[in-house]
Design a protein around this ligand. Sequence first.
Ligand code: GTP
Length: 367
Amino acid sequence: MDPSTAGRQIPVVVLAGFLGSGKTTLLNHLLRRRAGNRVAVVVNDFGAVEIDAMTVAGQVGSTVSLGNGCLCCAVDASELDGYLERLSRPAARIDIIVIEASGLAEPQELVRMILAGDSPRTVYGGLVEVVDAAEFDATRERHPETDRHLAIADLVVLNKTDRVTPAEHERVLGVIGELGPGAAVVSASYGRIDPGLLFDPATRPAEEEKVRQLSFEDLSADDEPDPAHRADHAHHPHAAYESVSFDEPAAMDPRRLMTFLDSRPEGLYRVKGFVDFGAADPDNRYAVHAVGRFLRFYPEPWPRGAERRTQLVLIGTGIDPDALAKELAVCAVSGTDAGTDPGETAMWGVLRYVRSEPAADEAADPF
Ligand SMILES: Nc1nc2c(ncn2[C@@H]2O[C@H](COP(=O)(O)OP(=O)(O)OP(=O)(O)O)[C@@H](O)[C@H]2O)c(=O)[nH]1
């Protein structure tokens, strides 16, 4: 099951956070731990390696610098679309695109551009806001807009926790929880979050990875702090997130599932998988992709011979896995309502989240 390939859309993650909070450090960590995924990184920073986007898209873990200044100011929606379009061409075989927003960029502007973008091959992958735990109060004071950024983030990475006492760590976590009550929050030092929060392990055969060009990832492979520090941290539960796997042979009631999704709990960062709506739409299965408050369904005809069931994975922080599994179980069509006609309006709530334009099959697209 892989909902990022269901609908064949590449998640575009916006990585934001104030100057020096640790965005590049986190990015380098993700590139080292990318589990075989092909990660395209768009940075908008002075001093980054300028590589022609056409070349980049043929590489693995590459960087496109947008050059001078702030991405959201310098690039209008159509230009960003152009970059995403090139990076998401099938020939580039990229699994995830990360846009590292300049420390001064307004992240919601970037998110708006991605959501407004018309590429059928990409999908919004969430706003990750990196926060410096040690500079938290000072940053809020200097940049009051921090509060607004935290309020719209889908995932907050509280970084540099090695620089604060446990009590201070708790206090900052409390403030973040108040400012952005819907977001999942993970604590980290040196940006070491579990990449599983952002993307799934690649299913591509390891063979392909052997033949590739030197990438940004290779260049950045040595910037980890010293091994003693690393070993020390290997025992720390930096990536405290929880996941719930839900596997249900009975069809899901569309109205009940929408009620669950519309009121999904705080801290639930991702939902992915396939849904069987049974008699409400017997022809299609629905790939579902949710990140933060963003939700989308991708109906596609049931593959021949596929077993009809609902399989979902939910990922978040501060969630109650057992309670979520129970709430989902209640969404299944049970003995009493099985066999009753769901009615023609049953799918309306789901269809609100179906993209209208079909994703073109461009597998033969010459790059
Ligand atoms: N002590 C400590 N230092 C960190 C941590 N994460 C990053 N740093 C250091 O903080 C500095 C800034 O980190 P970057 O990753 O460059 O921060 P950035 O957000 O990309 O900065 P800009 O590109 O200026 O926006 C570097 O010297 C990092 O080594 C951490 O968790 N703990």
